[in-house]
Write a protein that binds this ligand. Structure first.
Ligand code: PMP
Length: 347
């Protein structure tokens, strides 16, 4: 019988509640493969996602190197979980928070960030090589504003360092050092590079670290071709992951990867429903992709292994899509959901 466990201490505010998430044993997939498959419950962070760790990491690094002073401003280009994490951290630490995002983002996302006290600037949705792109505008605004810091989540390696200092050691301790493999999708690459580096170092290279990649990302081809960067094409339902380039965060680790798995949207959406049905877990599509990858890696490596991945956030932020019949059909994914799981498409 697995012990339920409890924390015997209180924590200091929002910041103290970031990290130390449970490692959830995924019974059904483990039994199917004869390995132990675990998902790190990052949806239990106080801002609701794995990005709370990176948000805290980049803010604390800016404080430590003197760029961020009391009453200062944090600026980031983000449409998702990083903005939410930063908005929370800024309220907790008394900073102003300015978020740039493409004007194609939903009103819900804009409203949520505003409710968390962030100033939201919606700018034209243009590619990265256009100067009006939201990332460049975030950087330019920070440069022109006294006391402002652009946290630059993609290329600021304080992001991966946060996972090296926290997520990696937690996984090592929670598996009592028995972890054999870690696999995860990447957006900035912070989670993959930070956790990967820690587990490799701690195990003298024994732990295998794999990338999981959705359609529309160039990284799977980059890793499996030995470093060829293709044009980005296609898209995925897995928000928050997939990349068109090797970010600085990923760059610190990409040559140490043991392999990469390409995971289709069909498999990811089916896993969203399957984890709900078989484990009672209500998780987003990037988490589901990670679990598919862990399952496939378990099959590849053979029985008796301990495989870990990350449950990045809950399905709450995506439920109007992931559980909507119309949306599922519009993505051509109706056939991907097994008959006995169709009852969950209630919207
Ligand atoms: N899943 C979700 C839902 C995310 O928001 C992100 C962050 N963009 C990731 C996965 C990937 O994390 P990372 O940026 O550390 O690669």
């Amino acid at each position: 019988m697995l012990s339920r466990g409890f924390t015997s201490h209180s924590v200091n505010g929002f910041i103290g509640a970031v990290g130390n998430t449970p490692l959830i044993y995924l019974k059904n997939l483990s039994e199917k493969t004869g390995s132990k498959i675990y998902g790190k419950a990052e949806f239990q962070n106080p801002g609701g996602s794995v990005k709370d760790r990176a948000a805290l990491g980049v803010v604390e690094a800016a404080e430590a190197d003197g760029r961020l002073k009391p009453g200062g401003t944090i600026v980031e280009g983000t449409a998702g979980n990083t903005g939410i994490g930063l908005a929370h951290v800024c309220r907790a630490r008394g900073y102003r928070c300015v978020i740039y995002m493409p004007d194609t983002q939903s009103q819900e996302k804009i409203d949520l960030l505003r409710m968390l006290g962030a100033e939201v600037r919606a700018v034209p949705a243009v590619p990265y090589d256009d100067a009006r792109n939201y990332n460049h505008q975030a950087r330019d605004y920070a440069q022109a504003t006294p006391g402002a810091v652009w946290t630059n989540q993609f290329d600021n390696t304080a992001n991966a360092d946060a996972h090296y200092r926290t997520t990696g050691p937690e996984i090592w301790a929670q598996t009592q050092g028995t972890v054999d493999a870690f696999v995860v999708g990447t957006g900035t690459g912070g989670t993959l590079a930070g956790v990967g580096r820690y587990l490799k170092e701690k195990s003298d290279g024994r732990v295998q670290v794999w990338l999981a990649d959705p359609p529309g990302s160039v990284l799977h081809a980059y890793v499996t071709s030995g470093g060829k960067l293709m044009e980005r094409s296609g898209s995925s339902i897995t928000e928050g992951i997939g990349q068109g380039r090797v970010t600085n965060n990923l760059g610190t680790f990409v040559d140490k990867l043991d392999g990469a798995l390409h995971i289709s949207d069909e498999k990811s959406i089916a896993m969203v429903y399957d984890l709900l049905d078989s484990e009672g877990l209500y998780i987003g599509a990037s988490s589901a992709l990670n679990v598919v990858a862990a399952y496939e890696l378990a099959q590849k490596l053979g029985p008796g292994k301990t495989i870990t991945t990350v449950l990045c956030d809950g399905a709450y932020r995506y439920q109007s899509r992931l559980f909507s019949k119309k949306w599922i059909e519009s993505k051509g994914l109706a056939g991907a959901i097994p008959e006995h799981l169709k009852k969950y498409t209630v919207l």
